[in-house]
Design a binder for this molecule. Structure first.
Ligand code: AHM
Ligand code: MG
Length: 341
């Protein structure tokens, strides 16, 4: 690998490819193209406060959320940027109910792309960080024709690459192809992603917990006990800290860098929680596991859940290994004592 200084995203991908002699360069081309789409979305996000782009379009997306113009822009940008390279056989987006077929005149490839074009979009008006999340699989359906729903509904452990872009105080792209997690910061002066976070490793344990505590009354007893435990105890001599941005990409980016845990549990009102397995939880779980962390639904590894629907939701507990193991223990104990009663 060349030195970290001025290591651009394309160059980093190229160097990584050299370490895998069998690589065809296709995955590299995909990641480069995603980087390009991220730059365009980043520019538009930065302009959001200046142009008349904020506000609801009056539509709701498939999951029932209100859709803002920037969501649509990001969705269309990703489709347009990714549909003509000849790499994909099918795509799916959180913003579209069904799978997205490639235009008929384009070459069909062997990969599958799933993405959440602009996660956390309810935060746009308040200038809070938002992000794009993507996930790449190999096709599993037979033949060279258009991909199918079956290609999209693969368990997360089959991902070949995943990443996110956080549009925050700066724009940062983080990706993994299963061998290390790398972060690149967009230099706005010459429009290039530069390696800023080399081989990210999540701390084994952290001091920050991240959860929407407004839902406390609907939580299970085990989770309540865990949060009470954190509030009453210290880690390395200091009290635990609660941090919740309400934007998954930003909350997980912080968790990856500083350690700790991010949770979106199921509760009495929403047993499956809020976050989507295919667009949010699987890619984030792949990244966090590749950085040495852990991601489960409270019992089972996120990456081993067999999906049955494109837009299905799952509870998620993700972050430093020891923190996730601890919340699982609290939940298991509460469940056991319920059975014994
Ligand atoms: P979205 O896909 O509609 O943007 O919703 C997902 C977002 C996540 O970024 C965030 O973690 C979560 O919703 C916050 O939900 P809540 O406001 O219920 O805490
Ligand atoms: Mg989302």
């Amino acid at each position: 690998m060349a030195t970290k200084r001025f290591m651009t995203l394309p160059r980093h991908i190229l160097e990584g490819e050299k370490l895998h002699p069998g690589a065809t360069g296709e995955l590299s081309a995909i990641l480069n193209q995603l980087g390009l789409a991220a730059k365009v979305i980043s520019l538009e996000v930065n302009k959001a406060g200046l142009v008349d782009i904020l506000g609801f379009t009056g539509e709701t997306n498939y999951s029932g959320d209100q859709v803002k113009k920037l969501d649509i822009f990001a969705h269309e940008m990703l489709v347009k940027a990714m549909d003509h390279g000849g790499h994909f056989c099918v795509m799916a987006s959180e913003e579209e109910e069904d799978i997205i077929h490639l235009p008929p005149h384009h070459k069909i490839g062997k990969y599958v792309l799933l993405f959440d074009p602009l996660d956390g979009s309810s935060n746009i008006d308040a200038n809070v960080s938002i992000g794009t999340i993507f996930s790449i699989y190999r096709r599993v359906s037979e033949g060279n024709g258009p991909g199918t729903l079956e290609d999209c509904l693969q368990p997360g452990y089959k991902q070949v690459a995943a990443g996110y872009v956080v549009y925050g105080s700066s724009t940062v792209l983080v990706y993994t192809a299963g061998h290390g997690v790398f972060g690149f910061t967009l230099d706005p002066s010459f429009g290039e992603f530069l390696l800023s976070h080399d081989n990210i490793k999540i701390p084994k344990r952290g001091r920050i917990y991240s959860i929407n505590e407004g839902n406390y009354n609907s939580w299970d007893r085990g989770l309540k006990n865990y949060i009470k435990y954190l509030q009453a105890n210290k880690f390395e001599g200091k009290p635990y800290q609660a941090r919740y941005i309400g934007s998954m990409v930003a909350d997980i980016h912080r968790t990856l860098l500083y350690g700790g845990i991010f949770m979106y549990p199921g509760d009495a009102r929403n047993p499956k929680g809020k976050l989507r397995l295919m667009y949010e939880c699987n890619p984030m779980a792949f990244i966090v596991e590749s950085a040495g962390g852990r991601a489960t639904d409270g019992k089972k590894r996120i990456l081993e859940i067999q999906p049955t629907a494109l837009h299905q939701r799952t509870p998620i507990f993700i972050g430093s290994e020891e923190d996730v193991l601890l919340v699982e223990k609290f939940m298991r104990e509460a469940e056991l004592s319920n059975i014994e009663k």
